[in-house]
Design a protein around this ligand. Structure first.
Ligand SMILES: [Ca+2]
Ligand SMILES: [Ca+2]
Length: 157
């Protein structure tokens, strides 16, 4: 009786943390790693429209950074992230929060951000098979990560 109650509580708590279909949960957010490739602008639009109110992923903590870089490294895939330096060259800003990228920690690939025409931020997998941050030409076609906060789990789904 107690065991079955405990099991149903565990089941309920798992259920209430469910992410939308196609999303993976990590801490307070759900992430969708795209299978299609888009320009940065179309990727940002896809997160907003196809996945109701999601946004291109914003890295807020070292833990979230490690999660996303490891996922990309395992998938051996580059992914757009939600920051650009379209306002001030080499000062990357998250589109969702408007915070400046990399004030507390940074994972730029050596020699990056390289600036100039590379105005959009991505995770790049380098020859060492490790994921880093990179600035890339916004019109390149890349996979992308959408993020949605899981603050109202009962509405999700
Ligand atoms: Ca985030
Ligand atoms: Ca670059």
């Amino acid at each position: 009786m107690i065991l079955s109650l405990a099991l149903s509580l565990i089941w309920l708590s798992l259920e209430s943390n469910a992410c939308p279909d196609g999303f993976v949960k990590f801490q307070q957010s759900c992430y969708h790693f795209s299978h299609d490739q888009e320009t940065w602008f179309d990727a940002a639009l896809a997160c907003q429209t196809v996945f109701n109110k999601a946004y291109l992923a914003e890295i807020d903590s070292q833990a979230e950074n490690q999660f996303l870089l490891h996922y990309a490294a395992n998938a051996r895939t580059d992914y757009w992230l939600g920051a650009t330096d379209l306002q001030v060259d080499c000062t990357f800003r998250w589109q969702h929060s408007q915070e400046v990228v990399g004030t507390n920690f940074r994972s730029w690939s050596p020699g990056n951000p390289s600036g100039g025409p590379e105005n959009c931020m991505e995770i790049v997998i380098e020859l060492d098979h490790i994921g880093y941050w990179n600035d890339q030409t916004c019109h390149d076609y890349q996979n992308y990560v959408c993020e949605i906060e899981d603050s109202n789990p009962e509405i999700v789904g």
